[in-house]
Design a protein around this ligand. Structure first.
Ligand code: 13P
Ligand code: MG
Ligand code: MG
Length: 400
C-alpha cells in the first residue's frame, strides 16, 4: 500500500514586469523561500514555477485537500510577494488577491487552486499544467480527447485498465444560484459530456476519475471564475491542473496531440478575444502577440511524496513545429480584429467600455413598426440591455 499523499497547486497573478508578462525574479524567490521553509514540516516537497504572469506553487503533503495550514503557506507567499510587487511598481500588483484577510481556505479568495488526494502508486507519474491568458474551460477539449476519444487516446482500446472509461465531473460556473456539479460516465454519456464541454465559458471539467478503480482520481482542474468573486473583471482565470498518467490512466504522450490542436479558447488581450491555446515551455513570458493563450506542462515522478524532475513536456523539438502552426492560426484570426469570433460575444466581454457603450446605444433604439415578418413590429428583439447581462442577471464587468 502506497502512502496517502495530497497534491495542492495554488496559483496567482501577483504582478508582472512591463505589462501582463512575467513575475519578477524577486517574487518567485519569495514564493520559493516560503515553501522551502515548510519542506520537512508541513510539506513533503514543493515546486515553484510560472506560466506567463502567474506564479504556481505545487505542494505535496499529508494534510488532505482544503487544509488551512497548507493554504496559508500559499496565501502568505502571495501576500509577501504583493508587497514586493508594489515596491517594484509591477503591473497588476496583487491582482489575484481579491480579499484582504485569509479566511482559512484559499478557494474563493482569488488564486486558482486544484487539489487531489490519493494513495501513491510505486511509480507515480504526474503531469502538472498551468495556463495563462485563458479560462478554466480551456482544458475541456484536450482532456475530453485524452480521456474519452480513442481516436486520440489509443489506450482506451489497447489497455484493459482503461476499457471501462472515465468519470467526468463537470462544473457549471455560471448558474444563477452558484456553482453546481454534474457527474457523467464516458463512454455511455459521451454525447452529454460533449454537449456541455463544448461551451468552455460556462462548463469546465472539475475532475476526472477512473471507472475501473473508482477511488482513483485521474485529473483535477481549478475552476474559479474571478469575476464571480469580484463581480467585475480583474484578469482572466488562468487555470491550473494536475493529471496522473500511465498504467490505469492515459500515457503522458497521449496528452500531446490533443494539446497540439491549439484549440481556440477565450482570453488573450483584455480577456476579451478568442485565440488558439499554444503549448509552451515552462516559465515562458506571456506573448506580445496579443497575449495568445498559453499552456505549459511539467512531468514529475513522485515517491513518498518527493518529486523527481520536472521534465518540461512541451519543450522537445517537436513542439517548435506545433507552435509555428498555432502561431499562423492565431495571426489569421487576429486579421479580423474586433469582429466575432475574434472578439468574444457581449455576454463574455470583460473590460467594461463596450458594455457601457451598448447601454448608451440601447436608449437610442426605436421600434421598427411594420417591418416584413415582424407582425406589429413590437416583438422585442434582444437589444443591448439583453446582451450585456450574464445569466446571473447581473450587468458585467466595469473597466479599470
Ligand atoms: P492576466 O489575467 O494574465 O493578468 O491578463 C490580463 C489581460 O487582460 C491581458 O491583456
Ligand atoms: Mg496579469
Ligand atoms: Mg495571467
Amino acid at each position: 500500500m502506497g502512502m496517502k499523499v495530497t497534491l495542492s497547486i495554488i496559483k496567482a497573478d501577483i504582478g508582472s514586469i512591463g505589462g501582463h508578462t512575467v513575475p519578477s525574479p524577486e517574487l518567485l524567490k519569495i514564493c520559493t523561500e516560503r515553501a522551502a521553509r515548510e519542506k520537512g514540516r508541513l510539506l513533503i516537497d514543493y515546486l515553484v514555477f510560472h506560466c506567463g504572469d502567474d506564479i504556481s506553487i505545487l505542494m505535496s503533503h499529508q494534510k488532505g485537500a482544503g487544509n488551512q495550514e497548507i493554504h496559508a503557506i500559499a496565501w502568505e507567499a502571495f501576500r509577501a510577494s504583493t508587497d514586493k510587487a508594489k515596491s517594484q511598481g509591477l503591473y497588476g500588483a496583487g491582482q489575484d488577491l481579491l480579499v484582504d484577510a485569509f479566511s482559512g481556505n484559499i478557494r474563493g479568495m482569488g488564486p486558482q487552486i486544484a487539489e487531489m488526494q490519493f494513495e501513491e502508486r510505486p511509480n507515480e507519474a504526474l503531469m502538472v499544467m498551468a495556463a495563462d491568458k485563458t479560462e478554466p474551460g480551456a482544458y475541456n477539449l484536450p482532456l475530453y480527447l485524452s480521456f474519452a476519444d480513442p481516436m486520440y487516446s489509443p489506450g482506451l482500446l489497447l489497455s484493459i485498465e482503461l476499457h471501462a472509461g472515465f468519470r467526468f465531473v463537470i462544473m457549471d460556473v455560471e448558474h444563477t444560484e452558484g456553482d453546481r456539479l454534474i457527474t457523467l460516465d464516458a463512454p455511455e454519456r459521451l454525447y452529454d459530456i460533449a454537449a456541455l464541454l463544448r461551451d468552455t465559458h460556462r462548463y469546465s471539467i472539475e475532475s476526472i476519475w477512473s471507472r475501473k478503480y473508482p477511488h482513483e482520481p485521474a485529473a483535477v482542474v481549478s475552476t474559479t471564475r474571478l469575476r464571480n468573486i469580484a463581480g467585475r473583471y480583474v484578469g482572466k482565470d488562468d487555470p491550473v491542473a494536475i493529471v496522473r498518467t500511465q498504467k490505469i490512466f492515459p500515457a503522458t504522450e497521449e496528452f500531446g496531440p490533443p494539446f497540439a490542436l491549439g484549440a481556440f479558447v477565450a482570453g488573450d488581450t483584455r480577456g476579451s478575444h478568442n485565440l488558439p491555446l499554444m503549448p509552451v515551455p515552462v516559465n515562458t513570458p506571456a506573448s506580445t502577440f496579443f497575449c495568445c493563450p498559453m499552456v505549459s506542462a511539467l512531468g514529475i515522478s513522485m515517491h513518498d511524496g518527493i518529486f523527481t524532475g520536472p521534465v518540461d513536456l512541451f519543450a522537445d523539438p517537436f513542439w517548435n513545429q506545433v507552435r509555428d502552426q498555432i502561431a499562423v492560426k492565431a495571426m489569421d484570426m487576429r486579421k479580423q480584429g474586433f469582429f466575432e469570433p475574434a472578439m468574444l460575444p457581449y455576454s463574455e466581454l470583460e473590460y467594461g467600455g463596450i458594455v457601457t457603450r451598448l447601454e448608451r446605444l440601447d436608449k437610442e433604439f426605436k421600434l421598427h413598426a411594420g417591418a416584413a415578418g415582424d407582425g406589429d413590429g413590437k416583438r422585442p428583439r434582444g437589444g443591448a440591455k439583453h446582451a450585456v447581462k450574464n445569466n446571473k442577471g447581473k450587468v458585467k464587468a466595469r473597466g479599470r
